[in-house]
Design a protein around this ligand. Structure first.
Ligand code: SF4
Length: 321
């Protein structure tokens, strides 16, 4: 696998600024199969940790990206699945901390934090960003469709342990989906749980981009505010992408890619996967660039036959004189 695929960006992130993404697991190896996942269905649902790639290779990829690209605000360990399933995570984090002073962020679905080895591995990151989408077992099963080994009790116990022991910043992300986990009862369950966890920061999100599944729809801003109010003063609805302070700070490489994507989308509608393949960029990078183009009003999107397509309306450039 090329460096281009395992380390991507830096790309603007609504939550963390300019982020260099590091993908440490193969596509859709995950302990969950969330109904709102932008990456498609989980192909391997597991909590078995494996050394998918040698740690040295990933470090080499990061080193090369830092030496040649713009300096990111953070290095984000994420992936096309659940990054804590990477058995080399602890060593990778230690080496990255020696390599650079750039803060290291870990995005995790939180479902593996009940495992002692995962808990030990993640303690050295600067920012721990777990997810929590349900305040009860039934909603957890419906929204996250976890691996059998991850019960609601194990997930919440793991989260609680991790948050209470962790010494860096915690940013909990809660995804609210219309008709799935936005009821008054769920607001009550989630509020109780969030208050018990006391993560410090809570980012409230909703799937704004059209999703291949018609059952996944965004909540209204008003509904999200209800959750923010319930969770307390440290909770905020994540700001629009266009308001992100780094959104305009796209690099030369990103501008070039945006131009090429625009040219492609003016010829035919494409999915995220089409753009990722054609541009030879990571899916996350394709998503970020498409988001930027949407915010700029340069492209449009629609859902057709369980897929989401993007296209660029063609403007009439014929000189009539
Ligand atoms: S945890 Fe993340 S990668 Fe896994 S299914 Fe859910 S959204 Fe997708």
């Amino acid at each position: 696998m090329s460096r281009r695929i395992r380390v991507y960006g830096p790309v603007p992130s609504r939550r963390f600024g300019l982020s260099l993404g590091v993908d440490v697991v193969p596509h859709k190896v995950c302990s969950y199969d969330c109904i709102y996942c932008q990456l498609g269905g989980t192909t391997e649902k597991t909590i078995t940790r494996r050394l998918f790639y040698p740690v040295e290779e990933i470090v080499g990829d990061v080193r090369a990206a830092l030496a040649t690209g713009p300096s990111p605000d953070v290095i984000t360990l994420a992936g096309s699945g659940e990054p804590t399933l990477y058995a080399g995570l602890g060593r990778l984090i230690r080496i990255l901390k020696e390599l650079t002073e750039i803060p290291v962020v870990l995005l995790t679905n939180g479902g593996t934090l009940f495992l002692d080895d995962v808990l030990a591995d993640i303690m050295a990151v600067d920012i721990l960003a777990p997810s929590l989408d349900a305040g009860d077992e039934v909603t957890f099963e419906r929204v996250n469709q976890p691996c059998q080994a991850v019960t609601f009790h194990r997930m919440t116990t793991g989260l609680m342990n991790a948050i209470s022991r962790f010494r860096g910043d915690v940013r909990l992300e809660v995804m609210i989906i219309k008709g799935m986990n936005d009821s008054g009862a769920e607001l009550g369950y989630l509020t109780r749980l969030v208050k018990t966890l006391a993560p410090g920061n809570v980012d409230i999100n909703t799937p704004v981009r059209p999703h291949p599944s018609a059952s996944v729809s965004p909540c209204s801003a008003r509904s999200l505010q209800r959750f923010a109010h319930g969770f307390g003063p440290d909770a905020a609805v994540i700001a629009d992408f266009k308001r992100c302070s780094v959104a305009g700070g796209s690099t030369q490489q990103a501008s070039l890619l945006k131009t090429r994507i625009l040219a492609m989308l003016s010829r035919r509608p494409c999915s995220v996967e089409d753009v990722s393949r054609a541009m030879e960029i990571h899916r996350h990078e394709a998503i970020k660039l498409l988001d930027l183009l949407l915010e700029e009003g340069a492209i449009q999107q629609r859902r057709t036959n369980e897929r989401v397509f993007f296209w660029a309306p063609v403007t009439d450039t014929i000189d009539h004189h």
